[in-house]
Design a protein around this ligand. Sequence first.
Ligand code: M6R
Length: 610
Amino acid sequence: MCGIVGYIGPRKISDVLIRGLRSLEYRGYDSAGIAIMDKSEMYVVKEVGKVADLEALLETRPVSGTFGIGHTRWATHGGVTQVNAHPHEDLSSRLVLVHNGIIENYREIRKDLSSRREGTYKSETDTEVVAELLSSLYRGNMVEALTELQGLLKGSFALAILSRDDPDRIYCLRQGSPLVVGTTGKGETFCASDVPAILPYTQDVVYLDDGDMAELSREGMKFWNSRGEPIEKKISHIDWDVTMVDKGGYPHFMLKEINEQGAVLRNSMAKRIVDERVDLSAELPWTEEDVRGWKKLHIVACGTSYYAALTAERFLERITGFDIRVDVASEYRYRTISADRDTLAVFVSQSGETADTLAAERIVKSLGGRCLAVTNVIGSTLAREVDDILQLKAGPEIGVAATKTFMGQMAVLYLLAIYLGRLQGRVTREQERLWCRELLALPYKVESILQRQGELQEMAGLYTHARDFLFLGRGISYPIALEGALKLKEISYVHAEAYAAGEMKHGPIALLDPRVPVVVVTPRDALSEKTFSNILEAKARKAPVIAVATEGDESLDDTADRIFFVPSAAEEFSPFLTVVPLQLFAYHFARFLGCHIDQPRNLAKSVTVE
Ligand code: M6R
C-alpha cells in the first residue's frame, strides 16, 4: 500500500509529482504530500484527503525546486492526520523521505535512538523513526548509510530520500515493497512504486530487487546491492502506453476497465490459440514428462484473484487428472502444506505484489514445488520469483475493484487447463477444437452484454434502498456469486453475502424478507433447475429476486422480479458472461449512492503488507 514517486529534472517538479501521485492513488488515498528541494532548501507540503486536496493546497502555497519526492498514503501506523502524512523528516531536518511498507521493529529503534538523540517526534509513524535512524547513520556517504540501515530494519519498505547534505540526488532503497526507476536520458530521472507514474515520460524502466539501492541524478541512475557493491541493472521495456492510464472519457476507471473486457479476452488468447489449439509452449518450457510428473495442482490467491481460481478449479477438475487444492493465500501460508517436486503451484495475482500470495509462493518454492505466476505485472516481485509466468495481457488496471483482470485471469487459467489436460493426454483434439471455438466467441458475447449496460443501470436504480444483498450460485456460478457480492460491497459499502445456492436453507434463508434482494446467477446448465427451487424459496419469503440467466430461458419469467439475460455458451464458459452484469450492477449501484468508485474507503489496490 502507499504510492511513492520521485523526480529530478527540468520539468516543474510539483506537476510531475502530482501527476505521478494521481496515477498511484489506487495504492492509498487518505493523505498525500510532497517534499521539494532547491539546492539545500527543503519544502514539505502535506494534506489529509486525496491528491486533489494536496493539489488545491499547493495552488495557495506553491513550492518550487529542482528535485522532489511525493507520497500517497494508506494509513497503517498512526491515524489519518496531516502530521502522519508523508514525507517525514529526521529530527534535525537534514533529510526527508517517503516510505511504502511497514517497519516491524520501529518501537525498539525509537527507544534506542531516544537514549542517544535529542528531539521530539512529530508523528506516530514508523517512517519518521526510519528518517531519524538514517540520519544517525549518515556520515557523508548515503549509500553506506543505506546499506547499514537495511541491516537494522525489519519489515518491508521502499524508500525515496532527499538529503540536504547530498543535493541534486534522490536515493532509493527497496526491501519487500515495489520500486521502479526510469530515465528519459535527457537530464531527468524518475522513481515510483509502479509503472503508471513513469509511463507518461518513458517506457524503459528498471525494477529494483530486494536489497537494491539506487542513486538518481540528472546524469542518470546508479545501483548497488544490499552489501553496498555497485551493480548493473537490466532495463525492461514496458509495452503499456500512456493512454492506458487515463480514463479515456469514462467517468471512472472501473467503467472503462469493464468496457475493455472484450479486448482483454482477445489479447489473452492472441498467439495462445493457434489453429483451434492452445499453445503455451512459448511461455511455459514444460515437457509432457514434466506435466505428467506433477500429481498435485495448488492454486493460491487473494480476493478477486481467488474467485478466478475457484472458477477455473471447476474446469480443471473436469479436464485434468490433478489432485487440486485452491486456497486463499493468507490461510495457505499458515497451513500444513504438502507440496513437493510433484506439485505445480499456480499463484494468481493481478499486481504480483500481494504479501500473502508472495509468502505462499516462497513456501512452495522452499518445498521444491514448481511455481507459476498468473499476473498482470511482468516486473512484479511475484513474476521475478517464480519459475514460470503467464501474463494476463489486461493492460494496467487502475480502479481498485478488479474487473478486467478477473476476466484475464479466467481466460489464462482456462487456457492453462486445456494445455495441461492435453499434455496429460486427457483432452481429445475434437474437444480442444470445441473449447477453443467457445473461447474465441467470448469477446463478441461480452461486448454484446456491454452494449446493454443501460438495463443494468436501470435495475441498480431500483434497489438503492437495500442495505443487504444475498448472492447465490451453484457449481461454476458459485464463485461468480462470490465475485458479484465482493464487487458490490467493496465499492458501495452495502452488505452483500454470497452463498452456494444449496446452502441457503442451512442458515441464510433466515435473513430473507422484502428488504433483502437476492441476486441469483443461474445460466442454463445442469444445475439450473436446482437453483430454480432456491428462487422459489426466496420468493416465498417475499425477497425480490434479480436473476442473471441465459437468453431464451423462459422458466424464470413468472418468478424473478428482474432478469438480465446473457448470451448462451457451453456451461463451463458461462462465468465469462455472467460476471459482466454483476460488475455493471455494482458499478451503477455505487454510483447512485455517490460512492468513490475508483478509490473505495479503506481499500488499496495492492495489499503489500500482511
Ligand atoms: O493483486 P492481487 O490480484 O493479488 O490482489 C488480490 C486482492 O487484493 C484483490 O483482488 C482485491 O480483492 C480487490 N479489491 C478486488 O476487487
